[in-house]
Each structure stands twice: as C-alpha cells, then as structure tokens.
Design a protein around this ligand. Structure first.
Ligand SMILES: C[S@@+](CC[C@H](N)C(=O)[O-])C[C@H]1O[C@@H](n2cnc3c(N)ncnc32)[C@H](O)[C@@H]1O
Length: 327
C-alpha cells in the first residue's frame, strides 16, 4: 500500500504511532485517497482528536474539500465529534486570522473583479442581479432584513444603513420611524431607482451616493448601523469595523449581513467565530441569533441565479454592542 493510503488507514483507525512514523518518513499529509478524502477528513469523521491535532501540526490543510464539498470540520460536525471539531475550528481561526483565504476564495468563486459598480444591474420583483447573473440581493432575505432592522432600531434615534439593494432593510427601518435614516449606496443604477421610487422625498431619509469608503467624512454617529454591501471582501467588512468607534454612539447597536462563507457549514462557523473575535478586539460583544431559513429557500428560489451564495439551514444574525455599554 502506498504511504498516502497507509496514512488514511492510520487516521481512520486512530493509530497515532503509525501515523507519526509515516509522517516522519515523509508521507504526504495532504494526500487525497480514491474517494477524494484526506487523512484529516478520515480522522475527523472517526473522532480521533489526537490524530487530527498531529496532522494539523504536520501541515495538513484544514480547509481541503471532499468531492461533496465537505471539509474535515464538516465531517467532525456531522458525526458530533466535538473534540476534533473544536481543534479544527481553532486551526481554521488561526489560519484565517493570518491569511483570510477562505472568504477571499468564496468571493473569487463569485468572480468579483471590482467592476460591479460600473456594470449594469437588473431589477425584478424577487431579485437584483449583476451583469453576470449573480444575485446582488434576493427577496427570500426579507424576513432576515426585517430582523436586522428590528435589532438596529431597538434604541430608536439615528440609523445608518450601508447598501440599499432592494430596499428591504430600509423599508423595515422606516417602520420604526427613526429620527434620521441615512442610506449609503454606491451603484448609480440602484441610486437612480431609489430616487425614482421616492426615497429622496422622505422627511427623515438622507441618501449619500458613493462607496462607504469614500463618503466616511459625510457620516455622523448613529444609534443603529446595518452593513450589507456586495462585491466586496471580508477585508472590507473588517475595515468598516475599524470605523465603528466613531460611527456608533454609546449604547448603539451594530449589525451586518452575515453571509460569510454561506456555502459551507463549517467555514461559516469558523467565520462567525473569527468576526466575533475581531469585533471583541475592537471592544464589541457579538450575539449571534439563530434564525431558521430552510423553509424560505426551495430550489426554485435559485432559478436563473448563477451563484448560490447561501446554502445553510440556519442564519446567525449578529447583534453587536460596545462592551463598555454592557458593563
Ligand atoms: C446586498 S445589497 C443590500 C441589500 C439591502 N440590505 C436590502 O435590504 O435590500 C448590497 C448593496 O450595496 C451596494 N454597495 C456595494 N458596494 C458598496 C459600497 N462600497 N458602498 C456602498 N454601497 C455599496 C450595492 O450596490 C447594493 O445595492
């Protein structure tokens, strides 16, 4: 049997001594067997936590995917192997803190090339699409947007929303009659449509046209902030978070569309941890409220849409607050 196969066999049976000996003799820890599984996936599947740790320490890729798009962490999660799962989550967080490769790759699958804001968009009743038939926003998200609006408007006052899209969250925000409601939107056609549908005539609404990055000096500070852009990277969200101490008033609530790695359950867990950790470092606590979405997401929803950006059964709605407020 070749070394890679022996490694998979040792990982399956939890034979740590054999595994170490194979690694020491140069066996390839990123080997894929005939079924497209790595030794790490086998160890995770069978709950051999020490083997998982040894393989990761030897450089096994935590984020390799099986032919059915399962990572080692997905296998551990599916088999309820908590210890192996925790080790893999930590490995994922550490790797992403340094490299941020997963979120970037997910976006590359979406083929963003920075040109979205210059391209045409198409509006229909149930979606807003970019020129490449990828959904910028879809109506199935309406209950999520209503929940986000409820969270960020819970203290009333002055509300900021970044990214108008189909106006779902803004329509919901209006229901709470905020004192002021500022909307930042960067796409010329979306902006035009906002004006066409009367958003420019609402007494409490202020529209700022431009990329949030370019209009920061026009922003004030707010009691509630929601962030949901398109065609941007995790780094952009992270950069936006750096401005929260100025943009969010004491006692204010911040939330964002949590579509991070929405195509893979385990990567999503890693990113939920990662973003919470990064917000914590900035002084914000994050509560993730689970909302079931399976029922609003039948196959027909994705008809004509090129990239299925969300494939999970539960959405975790982030509610962030300054930790000083909760003391
Ligand atoms: C996913 S949609 C927002 C959906 C919205 N939450 C809703 O409820 O309909 C993203 C929006 O952000 C806009 N956008 C993209 N990049 C932006 C940026 N850098 N600054 C401001 N808006 C941006 C897009 O044009 C798009 O209208």
């Amino acid at each position: 049997m070749e070394q890679g196969e022996q490694l998979c066999e040792a990982a399956r049976s939890g034979d740590l001594d054999k595994l170490r000996a194979l690694i020491d003799s140069g066996a390839d820890v990123s080997y894929f067997d005939g079924e497209g599984l790595t030794p790490l996936m086998h160890a995770a599947k069978h709950g051999h936590a020490a083997v998982v740790k040894t393989l990761l320490d030897a450089g096994a890729p935590w984020n390799a995917l099986s032919p059915s798009n399962f990572s080692a962490g997905d296998f551990a999660m599916e088999a309820s192997n908590q210890e192996a799962f925790d080790i893999l989550v930590n490995a994922g967080i550490q790797a992403e803190l340094v490299l941020g490769t997963i979120a970037r790759r997910t976006n590359e699958n979406g083929n963003f090339d920075g040109a979205y804001l210059e391209d045409r968009v198409t509006f229909s009743e149930d979606k807003l699409m970019d020129s490449d038939s990828k959904a910028v926003m879809m109506a199935w998200e309406k209950p999520l947007m209503e929940a986000h609006a409820k969270a960020v408007c819970s203290g009333g006052g002055h509300i900021l929303n970044i990214g108008f899209g189909m106006g779902l969250v803004d329509t919901a925000i209006q229901q709470y009659a905020p004192v002021t409601h500022t909307i930042v939107e960067a796409h010329p056609e979306v902006y035009k449509r906002m004006l066409h549908t009367g958003w420019g005539n609402k007494d409490n609404v202020k529209i700022i046209f431009g990329r949030w990055q370019d209009v920061l000096s026009q922003l004030e500070s707010y009691d509630g902030i929601f962030f949901d852009t398109y065609g941007e990277y995790y780094e952009d969200l992270r950069e936006f978070h750096q401005h929260l101490p100025i943009l969010l008033k004491p006692g204010g609530i911040y939330s964002f569309f949590n579509g991070l790695c929405g195509g893979n359950a385990f990567f999503h867990v890693v990113y939920c941890h990662l973003v919470s950790l990064e917000l914590e470092n900035l002084g914000y606590s994050t509560q993730l409220i689970p909302l079931p979405v399976k029922d609003c997401l039948g196959e027909e929803v994705w008809e004509g849409v090129k990239h299925k950006y969300w494939q999970l059964d539960t959405y975790y709605l982030p509610v962030c607050q300054s930790m000083q407020d909760s003391e």
